[in-house]
Ligand binder design. Structure first.
Ligand code: UDP
Length: 486
């Protein structure tokens, strides 16, 4: 049976950084564009975080949420699969569950929207006569690279990979090799092949949505949309629809970290967090602790147990690890900083912290959701990228937008490849104390305003989703007419 409203099924791949923007897109389609919405969640962690996020959206009872049973892929073949490969495996393993779930629905969805990792669901969607969309919960710049990958000049690609020349993407800033994506670290092997396959699927979709807006990334946004630049490589239109971020919820219960922030002066606290999955070595955590202490700034630091040689170690289970920070932070650190700092284990209410008037800076791994949340709350950043496309995001923030300073890894010395305490202290003070931070705030104010305008009625992102809605409505009407004629 086909609905009269367009009905979008949104498929969120594992990871809070994928789930949160998908839920926000779902809310937007439901509340502003007349869609019926079902969100399918591929969960791999047993933590309470997924359910907490869902609880925060439960005021929208018309948002139908289906959590597919968790996949245990620990026994799947292949030694040391990359993070991306693991996410793709989880998505493929979930397909039968998704299929039977859609089969059992009385009002079947007419549109499937997946993220970067969900294109394996496209053949099934086409069997169900659904239109197919991809939602990039990241920048237009990264989206441009992904759209360009299937047609990239092989010689240029090899120059990038083997001679470390910048990757030239039409209409966009070149990507320096130091900031490149994991698939480009080698042109052979499953990571590159997987990325290439996903890119081919993405450009064949009926449309691409990106969580960005025109004024944030004017050149890249233009490049991905215009047929004279990269637009000719995509089958469907490209829609910038952002900034979609989680709203700050009214406080209903006592939350210790927010209560602590209430007692601090305005813009005096630096918030330190590396997203839902970021992890670092014990040496690096010790240096960071020293850097924070020596900066003499107030801080909130979300910590999780160190992991050697693993920058995304908590990605599949954000609640992994215990509350034993004293065991791996420098001896006496928590006691010495107890008047000025707060160490929060594993997970904190980030949107609320960034929106709190006492927060004045953010040491971030540059996950795109964190970036958008920081911009919309006018919080200047110390960019400390760890994995995925985060180095590109850091470069965008520092060099193109001028709203962050970037952490540099020390190349030599007794502490190995870490960002040293002197560097951390200096970066934090540049953002929190120096004139530089004040200038960044001015730029952020402008970006925040432009983001709000983009989402408001007749704004560029609002209009983008109106156009996409129209296409989906026409398709539903077409199917209805066909069914009536049959
Ligand atoms: N987040 C949070 N509390 C934490 C860590 C993360 O609420 O302690 C949220 C954060 O606000 C953001 C998302 O989780 O919305 C993380 O997404 P991002 O793209 O920044 O990074 P990822 O986790 O995907 O690397």
């Amino acid at each position: 049976m086909v609905t009269t409203n367009p009905h979008a099924a949104l498929l969120a791949s594992p990871g809070m950084g994928h789930l949160i923007p998908m839920v926000e897109l779902g809310k937007r389609l439901l509340t502003h564009h007349g869609f019926d919405v079902t969100i399918f969640i591929v969960a791999t962690d047993s933590s309470t975080t997924t359910s907490q996020i869902l609880k925060q959206t439960s005021n929208l009872s018309s948002l139908n949420i289906v959590v597919l049973p968790p996949i245990d892929f620990s026994s799947k073949p292949g030694p040391n699969p990359s993070l991306g490969e693991q996410v793709v495996i989880a998505m493929i393993e979930s397909l039968p569950l998704l299929h039977s779930s859609i089969m059992s629905m009385k009002l079947r969805p007419s549109t499937l929207i997946v993220d970067l990792f969900g294109t394996c669901a496209f053949p099934m969607a086409r069997d169900f006569h659904m239109s197919t969309y991809v939602f990039f919960a990241t920048s237009a710049w990264f989206s441009a690279v992904t759209i360009y990958v299937p047609v990239i000049d092989k010689e240029m690609e090899e120059r990038h990979v083997y001679s470390h020349e910048p990757l030239l993407v039409p209409g966009c800033e070149p990507v320096r090799f130091e900031d490149t994506l994991e698939p480009f670290l080698s042109l052979v092997g499953p990571v590159y092949e997987g990325y290439l396959k996903a890119s081919q699927d993405i450009v064949s979709s009926d449309g691409i949505l990106i969580n960005t807006w025109q004024d944030l990334e004017p050149a890249s946004t233009k490049a991905v949309r215009e047929s004279s630049i990269l637009g000719r490589f995509t089958k469907g239109p490209v829609y910038p629809v952002g900034p979609l971020v989680r709203n700050i919820e009214p406080r209903q219960e006592h939350v210790a970290v927010l209560h602590w922030l209430d007692g601090q002066p305005a813009e005096s606290v630096i918030y330190v967090s590396f997203g839902s999955g970021g992890t670092m070595s014990e040496d690096q955590m010790k240096e960071l602790a020293w850097g924070l202490e020596l900066s003499q700034q107030r801080f909130v630091w979300v910590v999780r147990p160190p992991m050697e040689d693993e920058t995304s170690g908590a990605f599949f289970d954000v609640a992994k690890g215990g509350d034993n920070a004293a065991a791996y932070l420098p001896h006496g650190f928590i006691e010495r900083t107890k008047e000025t700092g707060l160490v929060v284990p594993l997970w904190a209410p980030q949107a609320e912290i960034l929106g709190h008037p006492s927060t004045g800076g953010f040491v971030t791994h540059c996950g795109w959701n964190s970036v958008l949340e920081s911009i919309l709350n006018v919080v200047p950043m110390v960019a400390w990228p760890l994995y995925a496309e985060q180095k590109m995001n850091a470069s965008l923030l520092e060099e193109q937008l001028g709203v962050a300073v970037r952490a540099k890894v020390a190349e030599e010395g007794g502490t190995g490849r870490v960002v040293r305490r002197e560097e951390i202290t200096m970066l934090i003070r540049r953002v929190m104390v120096d004139e530089e931070g004040v200038n960044m705030r001015k730029k952020l104010e402008e970006l925040k305003k432009s983001g709000e305008v983009a989402l408001s009625k007749f704004g560029s992102s609002y209009e983008s989703l109106c156009q996409m809605t129209k296409v989906c409505e026409l398709r539903v009407q077409g199917s209805k007419a066909k069914a009536q004629g049959a």
